[in-house]
Write a protein of this length. Structure first.
Length: 341
């Protein structure tokens, strides 16, 4: 979660200043737009935004501002300057910390809506004041916001990475493999099982890369990198339609830059390319993406020659002296930024 965010359960007794509102209707979020600028709305009450709420929950504070999430009764006849956008689109419209917080807000709202009644005895549940939970006063059963862990695995073979594509994805788009953790499994067990089930290969040297909350609907993606250990690629035809190895400098269309899959693929490709004196990292995103800006800043801060040119819909960042960027002579903060890229 963003460091600026402090999760709280009990709202202030009085709203003396405007608050940040995450107002949802059927999975879409209310966004205030002025020209090309998009921002989350601020108001003393959600009704001040010209909408009616079915329910509202307090989230805590973000950078000192109180935050609420609301489920809207409808999204008709919005005030001028406001529009509804899907959560995936919002990830590219607002700054990343607020996008992450929007995902948390949506999960909490959906959990509250789906647990108004006890799943054990059917009695109405009551929100607890000391923690984020709903309890049944009749049978004392308590429910908490669910988190469904899922693994993501990027398989490497020298300079190549194994990527797969699902049937319902856009043509030419590939990503790392993924799957949900089953009861009784360790994360490493899930990595091996999902790899065998989806593409039929074996892996070794499994290592942790990072994690990311993913609010579709309430997943926690835990990403790993592993080395190819043998076997022929055999897509299962159910989850994966096609899978193959791609060279680090000839990657296909990838997921959006906000996803951990994209960061893991790009990081692995960067490391593969960095052994040479010149590396090319293809960033399938808009020119103004946070990734493009961050990498450009890294290059300039260490004095490496860099060039970013726009070639819609791709931005290609070319770096000379790539080994210099990854060397110990680079500032620690720069190496840290490169390590997650």
């Amino acid at each position: 979660m963003p460091t600026e965010y402090q999760p709280l359960v009990m709202p202030p007794a009085q709203r003396k200043e405007r608050a940040l509102w995450f107002a949802f209707h059927r999975g879409e979020l209310l966004i205030a737009q002025t020209g090309e600028e998009a921002r989350l709305p601020r108001a003393h009450d959600v009704a001040d935004l010209g909408v009616n709420a079915v329910r509202s929950l307090y989230l805590g504070t973000y950078d000192g501002e109180h935050c609420y999430v609301s489920e809207l009764e409808h999204a008709n006849d919005l005030l001028p300057g406001y529009a509804m956008h899907g959560l995936r689109a919002v990830f590219t419209m607002v700054e990343e910390p607020l996008a992450v917080l929007a995902g948390r807000a949506y999960q909490i709202m959906e959990w509250d809506r789906n647990h108004q009644f006890c799943s054990r005895c059917g009695a109405p549940t009551v929100a607890r004041s000391e923690e984020r939970a709903r309890a049944c006063p009749r049978c004392r059963f308590t429910v908490y916001p669910p988190v469904s862990p899922a693994i993501m695995i990027l398989i490497k073979r020298g300079r190549e990475v194994l990527l797969g594509r699902k049937k319902d994805w856009a043509p030419g788009r590939y990503s790392a493999l993924a799957g949900f953790v089953e009861p009784g499994e360790m994360l490493e067990d899930t990595v091996r099982r999902e790899t065998r089930e989806e593409v039929g290969v074996e892996v070794e040297n499994i290592r942790y890369f990072g994690s990311q909350p993913w609010p579709f609907p309430h997943s926690l993606m835990v990403a790993f990198v592993a080395d190819y250990a043998g076997g022929d690629i055999r897509p299962d035809g159910i989850e994966i339609e096609e899978a193959r190895f791609f060279d680090a400098e000839q990657l296909p269309q990838l997921p959006p830059s906000i996803s951990i899959s994209r960061r893991m693929i790009t990081s692995a490709s960067w490391r593969s390319c960095s052994a040479s004196s010149s590396a090319v990292a293809t960033i399938t995103s808009s020119f103004n993406s946070p990734v493009a800006r961050r990498v450009s800043a890294c290059a300039s801060r260490v004095g490496a020659a860099s060039m970013i040119r726009l070639s819609c819909p791709r931005v290609i960042a070319r770096y000379t002296s790539a080994s210099r960027l990854a060397s110990s002579s680079a500032p620690c903060s720069v190496r840290a930024e490169l390590s997650i890229w």
